[in-house]
Ligand binder design. Sequence first.
Ligand code: GAP
Length: 516
Amino acid sequence: MAQEDVFKKLVAHCKEYGFVFQSSEIYDGLGAVYDYGQNGVELKNNIKKYWWDSMVLLHENVVGLDSAIFMHPTIWKASGHVDAFSDPLIDNKDSKKRYRADVLIEEQLAKFEDKIEKEVEKAKKRFGETFDEKQFRETNGRVLENQQKWNDLQARFVKALNDSNLDELKQIIIDQEIVCPVSGTRNWTDVRQFNLMFSTDMGAAADGAMKIYLRPETAQGIFVNYLNVQKTGRMKIPFGIAQIGKAFRNEIVARQFIFRMREFEQMEMQFFVRPGSELEWFQKWKQTRMNWHQAIGFGSDNYRFHEHDKLAHYANAAVDVEYKFPFGFKEVEGIHSRTDFDLSQHQQFSGKKIQYFDPELNESYVPFVVETSIGVDRMFLQIMAASYSEEEIVSEDGKKDMRVVLRIPAPLAPIKLAVLPLMKKDGLAEKAREIIDDLKFDFNCQYDEKDSIGKRYRRQDAIGTPFCVTVDHITMEDNTVTIRYRDTMLQDRVAISDLKNIISGEVSLKKLFAKL
Ligand code: GAP
């Protein structure tokens, strides 16, 4: 199945099974804003717990914070967001559609990459076992031609971005003959910068309302609390502050479902270090974060690092962790060495000394910062994309059937256990309820007595429940049940008293932490 179709199915599945809904749907929706349903919120909470515990519980020198979304407007002046947090936009005069100029060029780059990959795939099929991919990439004419086009365009693009040269961005779009996907024309306006922050007014207008911003990143809440946490927690450098919270960006190119949203959630950690040691810490966190991703078990080939060609105004090193989504490798997390930029700016704009006295060096300095920043929603999409699978199975009556199963790692699955009485009568329903009452404080359990057992299994597969327990007449005699495993569909007969042990070993986050 084409990857685009897989993605469409995934989006439909998210809605059908209560994971993600379009915001304000009964009013025809609000662009790039989404709500999480009964299963989605559980998965989201589990992702956040996996991140939070891996930061705050597993690192003695990382503590948490929950800062407000509204902050003093000068913070965004100091951080550079008021002046520089913008995207280069271009309009097509015929369709009146607006695009990000950099995204149009990136899509053009991706076309060259696609052409190369198609050549490689074709050759793989033609030559079979004897195919030498490395040699093919280095010698095939069409591959080399497209690679050269990619190299030239990439070099020109990076230079234009680094020089903030908007005219050159437009010229690239014209030279590459990029057309508007809606009108099909090349009738473009000039490229302009557009600030991504949402603003609102605080206080009544008559009192002189203050224009404030909805935070576009959670990180600034950490920077402005650096002194509070360092002093009250008697924290010694190096140490980190972790925070999970909402962020808001007026994204113009808001596509690909929850990949790019206007309201989203970040999990950020700022790690404060001695000046000069930041690049070493950057390398450490880069590896730590990649391990965290790979511990989930979706295959190391599906992840890669992407080093930034253009560094943000505050960074001296930056890398993305990318995951292979159905629409290609895309950023899930950024790791940035932010130097002392933010703390120095806040020191200057607030007039308050923001420094650390280092007893070992016997001197004070503004700490340097290494940041890890991951979007909860992107992580959610990654897990859904990696877990979604359509499989042919043989049903109980011997017929071929299909099942959709979410192979969500058990520690992250929304519901851990479904308890299903074979029938409602003969005390089976009551027995199933008893089991739930016993386990509900340990695991998120679901009771289901409607439809055939096969249909009930299918419903649980579709939301990724790793265990289904069936209560039948034998249960009433000897207090045993069948336990069915989602991934293998195999079943065991076990004592009810063993259920807690069997399940807890599989669904505990400790299973993931053991791999870190
Ligand atoms: N404090 C640094 C920072 O915010 P970023 O690369 O702009 O860096 C970090 O964002 C992460 O936040 C991204 O890797 C992505 O996972 C997530 N993110 C950013 N913009 C997003 C959006 N519009 N929708 C969903 N997630 C987004």
